[in-house]
Ligand binder design. Structure first.
Ligand SMILES: [Zn+2]
Length: 144
């Protein structure tokens, strides 16, 4: 297996990846390993698909609902001014969606989040902060 997101899914299923927030039927929602943007999360399909168009129906529609639910929960917890969602896959071609909550206080609010990516490593989340944010998000999933 040489896909890092397939590897992550396998580790998640075995309880070995501590960034899991929520398991959906078709995907996992993780807290991002950096929190340059507070509340940054990633939704990863459990199975390997290269493109969203490769996902068969009705899984495709279910996945869309999972994305929307993830969006709503992140929105509710962090209350950003705008959510930036993106799916690129040029680096890892396993369907995943980034959720970047954006705030008016961002250094470059009007620009795409990737323009700040050189700073992401400097914002790695500590294990304590990670667990705290995951707990808050998990609670938001369980309340309507
Ligand atoms: Zn994969």
């Amino acid at each position: 297996m040489n896909c890092p997101l397939c590897e992550r899914s396998k580790n998640t299923a075995e309880g070995k990846y501590p960034f899991l927030i929520h398991e959906f039927k078709n995907s996992y929602l993780y807290l991002g390993e950096h929190q340059y943007y507070q509340g940054y999360c990633v939704l990863v399909t459990k199975d390997h698909y290269r493109e969203m168009t490769d996902v068969p129906s009705p899984k495709r529609e279910e996945l869309f609902q999972e994305m929307m639910r993830a969006h709503e929960v992140i929105q509710k917890v962090f209350q950003p001014k705008k959510m930036n969602m993106c799916s690129l896959g040029n680096v890892v071609d396993h369907v995943h969606w980034h959720f970047f909550p954006r705030y008016e206080s961002d250094p470059n609010f009007k620009n795409p989040p990737w323009l700040q990516m050189q700073h992401f490593d400097s914002a790695k989340v500590s294990p304590e902060k990670r667990d705290e944010l995951i707990e808050i998000l998990k609670n938001a999933f369980s309340s309507k």
